[in-house]
Design a protein around this ligand. Structure first.
Ligand code: AGP
Length: 605
């Protein structure tokens, strides 16, 4: 995600845009920039790597003037955080500036064609391709040039362009959000409402396929073919703080509901045209390794535990998760044929970073499965598979966990195809199943209300046991951690089959079990274990698949999830577990976005 702000009107624009960027910094904060001008004058650009504070300092030294301005705060996807990769990007003739949020999936062939046609690129980004396409199609009308350029583009975007000869902005939206703010004789455009609230509450939410021409007197909207579209002006009744959450009460619930879109971003552009393989743009050769070591902490380690099973089952390569804080001190056996995968949302977890360094000392090749571009871990691995989850503000990880699991599924398919353990047909089948998962998570989210009775019950107890089998042992660990983090209740997780080897002593009427039991090969054994729990007055709350007609009879309450392949079920069961933790936390009056004692990124040992 990135933050976009634009202004056109009678006032000096740069400061207004900078203020808007500050209010959108939660959308991305690894580099930022502003372009400002008066019609007929030159486009003046100031842009810097780093947070918006760095840009502010640069603007104090080189102030911008002009009554038209575009600003951008970046969450890097293609091209590391740097001054040159920061937005805005200019056309070669310096007459048009663009800012962009999203991913241009076909930017490499477009960049190759434009380079062959004589264009020179100033950055490593996918976004800059848009500036050159607009320049190529510019016959005088900027909106026509933008529409023509976008007809060549595949991917997600929120784009705003401005040309030095006019007091107007041209915006286009596909997937990435954008909203127009209507002032008195001035008009704003932004990725999200918070940037607009100090100036206006009258807004027009752009829709996918919209091309909007924004002028001081208002906005005109067409589709990509230039056909006018009637717009609805809405009035925002949120307060500024609520607006940063897009109207959601907490970042955690906002990010839980973002997960279907996040999965689309994680998968974006990574399914091969033939549909039977995955394109990860990695330098490593999966046939060079004879084992995979996954290094991570907390929730990332549970995503890694899912990844361990996926890699072993699809690519038949030995894989094991190592708790990072232990790995780095136990003189591990690694060598050149080991692939060490560091998994981290922040890319700054010191335990994971030091474990990575230990693996490198042993000669391992290294891969990062990361969210934050330009992070410490990103700079030290040989290669990175970004999960594109966007900034995760809630301290308890939700959307990043699901995106990490999805990234491991992509890696497992790629490794399986490269190592010959997955045929073309099997690869096609897995990709077809992966394409379904955003919709499955949407369905699971639509059942949010079903969680309430279980949340009521758990809010009354002091301790909970989470159980799971197979790949969902990892889900049980993650579900228990979510409940602990958010509600401060004691929760622990065990492989279901392990319960009778001691933990069953915990079971009584006051210690319920959450059984993570989507339909799988070991259903009958799981049912036996649940009967053991209930025979000891233990209450069972089971997460079960829609196509399972047996397990529910052995549970006091059930949370149903859409059916899917067992090996992809961790993606789906994550939703009710996250919602359960959230709802219990609310009932206990917890600060669900910033739970006590926690930090979003643990950069101390
Ligand atoms: C997740 O809910 C926790 N906040 C914590 O376990 C986290 O997953 C862990 O600290 C690892 O963080 P990272 O993904 O940024 O490396």
């Amino acid at each position: 995600m990135c933050g976009i702000v634009g202004y056109v009107g009678p006032r000096q624009a740069a400061d207004l845009v900078l203020d808007g960027l500050r209010r959108l910094e939660y959308r991305g904060y690894d580099s930022a920039g502003i372009v400002a001008f008066d019609p007929g004058g030159p486009l003046a650009v100031v842009k810097r790597a780093g947070k918006i504070a760095v840009l502010e300092e640069a603007l104090k030294r080189s102030p911008l003037s002009g009554r038209v301005a575009l600003g951008h705060t970046r969450w890097a996807t293609h091209g590391r955080p740097s001054d040159g990769n920061a937005h805005p990007h200019l056309t070669e003739d310096g007459r048009v500036a663009i800012i962009h949020n999203g991913i241009i999936e076909n930017y490499l062939p477009l960049r190759a064609r434009l380079t062959a046609a004589g264009h020179t690129f100033a950055s490593e980004t996918d976004s800059e391709v848009l500036a050159h396409l607009i320049e190529e199609h510019d016959r005088g009308d900027l909106a026509d040039a933008v529409r023509a350029a976008l007809r060549e583009v595949d991917g997600a975007f929120a784009l705003v362009a401005a040309r030095q000869d006019a007091s107007e902005l041209v915006a286009a939206r596909a997937t990435s959000p954008m909203v127009v703010g209507l002032g008195e004789g001035e008009t704003f455009i932004a990725s999200d409402v918070p940037a607009l609230l100090p100036y206006t509450r009258r807004v027009v939410f752009l829709q996918d396929g919209d091309v909007a021409t924004v002028r001081p007197e208002g906005v005109e909207v067409t589709d990509l073919d230039g056909r006018p579209r009637e717009v609805t002006v809405e009035t925002i009744d949120w307060d500024a703080e609520a607006a940063e959450k897009g109207g959601w009460p907490h970042y955690m619930i906002k990010e839980i509901y973002e997960q279907p879109a996040v999965l689309q971003n994680t998968f974006g552009g990574r399914f091969a045209e033939a549909g039977d393989d995955v394109l990860l743009d990695l330098d490593l050769d999966p046939t060079e390794f004879d084992r995979v070591v996954i290094l991570a902490a907390g929730t990332a380690s549970y995503a890694g535990l899912v990844g361990e099973t996926l890699l072993e089952r699809l690519a038949r390569i030995p894989a094991e998760v190592e708790v990072a804080s232990e790995f780095r001190y136990r003189h591990p056996v690694v060598n050149e044929r080991t692939l060490a995968v560091a998994v981290s949302q922040s890319g700054e977890t010191i335990d994971t970073l030091e474990a990575l360094r230990e693996a490198k000392r042993g000669g391992a090749r290294t891969l990062g499965i990361l969210n934050a571009k330009g992070s410490s871990i990103a700079r030290e691995v040989d290669d990175v598979l970004y999960i594109h989850a966007g900034p995760e503000i809630g301290v308890a990880s939700t959307k990043a966990y699901v995106a990490m699991v999805a990234a491991f599924a992509l890696l497992a398919v790629r490794f399986g195809r490269a190592r010959g353990t997955l045929s073309s047909d099997e690869g096609r089948a897995w990709i077809s199943e992966l394409r379904r998962t955003p919709g499955l998570l949407e369905e699971a989210l639509e059942r949010h209300e079903h969680v309430h009775p279980v949340a009521e019950a758990l809010a009354e107890v002091r301790s909970v046991l989470y159980l799971g089998r197979g790949i969902n042992v990892a889900s049980a660990y993650e579900g228990a951690l979510k409940l602990k983090e958010i509600s401060y209740l004691h929760a622990e997780a065990y492989p279901t089959g392990e319960m009778k080897h001691g933990p069953i002593a915990l079971i009584d009427a006051d210690t319920p079990v959450v059984a993570v039991a989507p339909k799988g090969a070991l259903q009958a054994k799981t049912i036996s274990n649940l009967q053991e729990v209930r025979a000891r007055d233990g209450r069972v709350y089971a997460i079960v698949s829609d196509n399972d007609s047996d397990t529910a009879a052995h549970a006091d309450l059930t949370l149903r999830v859409p059916a899917c392949r067992e090996l992809l079920s961790p993606l789906v069961v994550a939703v009710p577990m996250q919602l359960l933790a959230y709802e219990v936390g609310l009932r206990l009056g917890r600060d669900v976005d910033q739970p006590r004692n926690l930090a979003k990124s643990v950069t101390v040992e």
